[in-house]
Design a protein around this ligand. Sequence first.
Ligand SMILES: [Zn+2]
Length: 747
Amino acid sequence: MQKIKVFLLTLILFLSFSDLSEAESKKNLVVIDPGHGGIYSGTKGYSGASTGYFEKHANLEVSLKLRDELEKRGYEVMMTRETDRHFASPNSTDLRARMNLANNYVKGRNDHAVFISVHHNATGTPSYRGYETYYFDINQGIDPNYPPDPLQIKYSPESKKAAASIHYGVLSSAPLPEGRGMVPMDFYVTRNAQMPSVLIEVGYMSNPAEEKQIKDPEVQTKVSTGIADGLDEYFDNYDYYEVYDSTNKLLYKDASKENALNWAKSRNNVKVIYNKTNEEIFSNIYYGFAVLHSYHSSFKHYFVSESDAVEFAKKWKNTRVVDNVKREMVWSNYISPNYHIVHARQGVLEEKFDVQSAVERAKRWKNTYVLDVKSGTIVWSNYLAENYEVHHTSKGLLKAFYSEKDAKEYAKLWKNTNVKNKKNGSIVFSNLVSSHSHRFEADEVSAKDRMLTAIEVSKELYPNGFSSNKKQKTVVMATAFEFADALAAGPYAAQLDNAPILLTRSQKMTDQLKNELKRLKANKVIIVGGTYAVSDDVLKELKSMGITVERVSGSDRIETNLKINAKLKNVSKSIVVSSQNFPDALGATPVAVNTNASILLVNTESSLTPSAIDYIQKKDITIVGGTGVVSVKTEDALVQEVGGDRVIRLAGKNRYETLTAVLEHFSDDLHSNTVLVSTSANFPDALTASALSKKYSSPLLLVNDHLHSSLDGYITTYGNENVVERVISVGGVVKKQPLNRIIQLTK
Ligand SMILES: [Zn+2]
């Protein structure tokens, strides 16, 4: 029996709250019920009926003053009566009619409403006097003869709060003594109000002195001001906990945090919001599906279920639905799926946007293959054989293909390859060059310090200086003593017609640096970083050399980074790295310059700045580094902004594993006969080397005393796919052991 009651109560609460809509007024609502009226006069008072002035008149006079005062203060007011009238007969029916009026009016806004019934008192003892406040108190128990409305049971604690505020509001405003104080009582009107409710007895009309006061308009004004003060205080302090579903529909409200949490925790996909601060104190919603627009970056809608997301996405053009958990696109009306799952006899079974999910799906059938529609290549099959092998004269088997056409196209990328049909052993293609002989160089670009090494890199880039027909004769200059500015400048230098990055001291350029600028015939220098990093003295020196100078800087490294990124053109990818931890970031720059990506620096502790959020819109994001350097919070924020299909994290247990993950992920973008090697222990050499990486499209390997074993696999594959003829170590501290190991693996 008890359970059924609780269930019914819950159901009633659910129904009454669920129809609350955003569009409805946010104003607080006060229902004023001037007691009695019409045929019901109320008390005649000490002076008796002959005066023609009854309680119903005083009730209405105070109520009208209260209405005006509350409306002045911005409340919405509902009056059960504004004239001398009654509603029904007998009295019990009259009361029911009043409460129906009141309760129907507040429906859906019960939590923002207070009911106040205004009365004046009388008793047989004329000396009794004073102001009193009545409220329904659930703690007094329920009288079965006078059952309360189920909602009033819930609101009872709020009724008591409202009663207290009004009680002390009136006593501090009106010249009336306190009567019996705050009195718990189950009056019909208070116990049946579906909102916090109060009944006041302004004073005793049976007391001759108080009767005079009650009829005095000035006292009435003070009473109504006091009530309004009390309501102000009540609504200011009224707090509650709201439970919403994933579509922000209000399901439940409670003044008790514990009740709200218990209610929410027994359900799925709900959140609890504290109304005062708008703070989310609990959520078990995971918005796994995002609906994103192809070019309106502010268009972001999140859903718990895929079907809801797709249904919503269909209402617009140029939308896509992203599964943020699997990090893949699941639906789009502007991108066509590039991977077809094809069955040997039944043809195309399904279409997918990315290769991994296509292969995963294709595995569920026999006799299927996955076709890359754009290139026409079969990328996976569980029944076709990879019969066409591409062989290299010195490296042996490079790769096997399902089709002859694909094998030939791949073989043409190489010298000294042929395509063999494994089934019959015939050679179907050959591009052997008999004169080609393998040569190998190990070069060193280094000097005794980082600034001189940067100059050596510049010489390797432009051995004869800038040629007269070079479009931009620009040099990027950064401090030699802080990594962030120079790191972020890498992609910018690459876009400036592959400008060399030179490093300087803050106060003064060295003679070697000035000589290098002259040798290059540079006509413009872009200084990256503030005056603390590169002073205005350096700027003046440059100008005196006849060089145009531009400074790009922000208030800190994060802002400087954003200023640089704002200069980049046609960037659709951004590599996110920590601004405080350089080894992970170093491996990212060569990839960034070769893929026209920007570098976005983030702080490990703090969240993305608003300008960073603006910047990443519509970009593909690669996070480089573990959660210790680029936090999960940042990753979540990125996913929420651009969608899970556009965010990937590349990380390993240490800087070398992270580098391996980066190089393997971008292996298609780095093809070259050259490999760059630098030390991971000292940042500047690797930073300035990014321009060399751009020149040769070559990967940059970071080493310490030894080559970390996690890189072995990548280097071996790289050696198999590229005819490596040159290893350049940048910076003097690269040891012989790692260098020899790299040469051995790439041969
Ligand atoms: Zn009364």
